[in-house]
Design a protein around this ligand. Sequence first.
Ligand code: SAH
Length: 250
Amino acid sequence: MTTAILSALPEEQGSLVSALEHPERIEHAARTFWRGRLEGRDVVLALSGIGKVAAATTAAALAERFAVRRMVFTGVAGGVGDGVQVGDVVVARSYLQHDMDASPIFPRWQVPGYGEARMDCDAALSALIFEAAGCFLATAGGTFALKDAAARPPRVHQGLVASGDRFVSTAAESQRLRGDLLAAGHDVLAVEMEGAAVAQVCRDHGLPFAAVRTISDRADDSAHVDFPHFVRHVAGPCADAIVHGFLRLL
Ligand code: SAH
């Protein structure tokens, strides 16, 4: 039963590739896939690339060419929900595409052909990810270099994550995005650029999907400074710890 572990950027993949036992490198669809064993489990590691189309291409290859049985996405995201701070972890309960808008033919955010805006993550898989993330923060959370000395220890949140082909990098855009969605009953915790696409591909293929995102920035006017710093220094160790912990729980 092979598990796919996806990340958007090489830094988010951390040192998972070098930890693989019996690593096999496979080039396919202009991407590099790594098959091997991690924590005694069969895995395929892949970079989704940035954005929904790149992520969907990778996810479709994992489903069809590699016949994986479940997919897990690890990476970073911008926090938009109240109290979702840099260094916190968000486990997705469901996903929507914040830039999907076929109105007035379909309600705003609804994915045409699917009858709804949200794609749910697999509850059982997400519960394991949640547990792994909690263990990680409990043991290593204090090591986060949070800028704000008064900041509370990092927390794990679970809820709705929104994906779109935009790096959200102003407070005005982040507030508008959150406010518009909230008015329609969608309380978004974080934004990123890939997860909803992978959720949709997994739904099409009947594959369980879970996603965990460490908050690299607040999707505000300092996001362009916070994001690269976090990706360079924190994202890799977070992904390593959460993925290893998750595979041990599996
Ligand atoms: N120039 C950057 C581009 C990264 S885009 C680079 O190549 O290093 C941002 C990535 O981090 C995406 O994969 C997205 O999923 C996630 N992300 C983090 N913060 C985000 C934000 N505020 N808005 C959108 N995506 C964000």
